[in-house]
Design a binder for this molecule. Structure first.
Ligand code: AMP
Length: 398
């Protein structure tokens, strides 16, 4: 997958439209984790240091085409300004005459952040003409497009995909770094290669498992999805999460793993509780006989230790999805142990985006303890499934 590098564009004196992923968790107007804003800084700094004026477009949450004050990017403009040490202008309008005038008055080095692009229904429309019309409005007064919102590159959205058909385009540094890491996971990975998957559903990760099964040495399964594996082996799983419609697929995968010589690690002990609640009483049970009235909420300590030991022996590790309901402290142990073991990997350790990235930060780990923390869960998973990323492919035209 090749694309135009940012350094190959002459940005001096140009007006650059920059797509960032600034989709940060905000509660009551306060940004809870600014990882994605920080990840956008290298490209923004490069552009302003090289004499461009920058208009940033980004999304926050899923406002579904309507203005929703809970999803405004205004607090992000402030934080971005603080991190850059210079003010960032904010426009509550996304397209139209008023914002076009603001774009036209920008001086080199100035930054204007546009309000949440998903307030515009056309951004995510399935109708290509609608998206193209919005992209054309975004392009007004702009010379170049730089795509750096990695978390959205798997989407055919107006500000990600259609815009790159209008303006000369390049990938920003974050997108380039993310793709570089993903290549290391798919093209000649250093061995042993381990993949740890967790999170809620098998159906979200089955494509990744299928695509990576032939490449990995170790596959460890935790989280809510492990119970579909245990059920497929015929074990009693009590009231734990299960996707009955996935049982046949999972059985096939387990057979294939065996044939390929992949070490498939499933937990041997499970932390269960009578209810899905932070204060529900935890009990440790065997993974092969979960009581009928209990829900599995974390992998047990023996399993966590076994997963950890296997991970530490690997030279390439990809992890996506918490091992248990880490949001409840009684059920966070497995996720903590797996995170800890990733910090000890001699080689490359990659934490997939979304919940796994939030989990490691919430559990007190810092980003630099890991080889790489991806900003885009969905986008990395789709790449690892072997699917094309439209927002990257479209950058190939130059
Ligand atoms: P995902 O977005 O698929 O990575 O799923 C993340 C979510 O999976 C987190 O919010 C976890 O609380 C949840 N999760 C992890 N383990 C379990 C479990 N055993 N039962 C139910 N949900 C779980």
């Amino acid at each position: 997958m090749s694309f135009t590098a940012l350094q190959s564009l002459d940005v001096a004196g140009k007006r650059v439209l920059l797509r960032c992923d600034l989709n940060v968790p905000i509660k009551e107007g306060v940004i809870r984790d600014d990882g994605r804003i920080r990840a956008s800084l290298p490209t923004i700094k490069y552009l302003i240091d090289n004499g461009a004026s920058v208009v940033i477009t980004a999304h926050l949450g899923r406002p579904k085409g309507e203005r929703n004050p809970e999803m405004t990017l205004a607090p992000v403009a402030h934080r971005l300004g603080d991190l850059l040490g210079s003010p960032v202008l904010f426009s509550s309008e996304i397209v139209g005459a008023e914002v076009d005038a603001k774009k036209a008055s920008l001086q080199p080095g100035q930054i204007l952040l546009l309000e949440n692009i998903r307030y515009e229904a056309a951004e995510t429309s399935k109708d290509e003409a609608e998206r193209a019309a919005l992209a054309a409005q975004l392009a007004v007064g702009m010379d170049l497009f730089v795509s750096d919102g990695f978390g959205a590159v798997h989407r055919k959205h107006a500000s990600v995909y259609d815009i790159a058909k209008i303006l000369p385009s390049a990938a920003g540094f974050l997108v380039a770094a993310e793709i570089d890491v993903l290549k290391k996971l798919t093209e000649n990975p250093q061995r042993p290669y381990g993949v740890v998957l967790g999170g809620a559903k098998v159906s979200d990760k089955i494509g990744v498992i299928k695509n990576l099964l032939g490449k990995v040495n170790v596959l460890a399964i935790g989280g809510g999805m492990l119970f579909t594996f245990l059920a497929a082996e015929g074990h009693e799983i009590g009231k734990s999460l299960v996707e009955v419609e996935m049982l046949d697929d999972v059985k096939k995968l387990m057979k294939e793993a065996k044939e390929l010589g992949v070490e498939l690690l499933l937990p041997t002990d499970i932390v269960v509780a009578p209810a899905f609640a932070a204060d529900s009483t935890p009990t440790l049970v065997s993974a092969y006989s979960i009581p009928a009235d209990q829900i599995g909420l974390d992998i047990g300590p023996d399993s966590a230790a076994a997963f950890g030991a296997a991970i530490e022996k690997c030279h390439t590790v990809f992890w996506n999805g918490p091992m248990g309901v880490f949001e409840f402290p009684n059920f966070a142990h497995g996720t903590k142990v797996v995170a800890e073991s990733l910090t000890k990997v001699q080689g490359i350790s990659v934490v997939g985006g979304g919940d796994s990235a939030a989990a490691v930060r919430a559990l007190g780990f810092s980003d630099n303890q890991f080889g790489y923390i991806s900003t885009g869960g969905g986008a990395s998973l789709e790449y690892l499934e072997g699917k094309p990323l439209p927002g990257i492919e479209v950058l190939n035209h130059a």
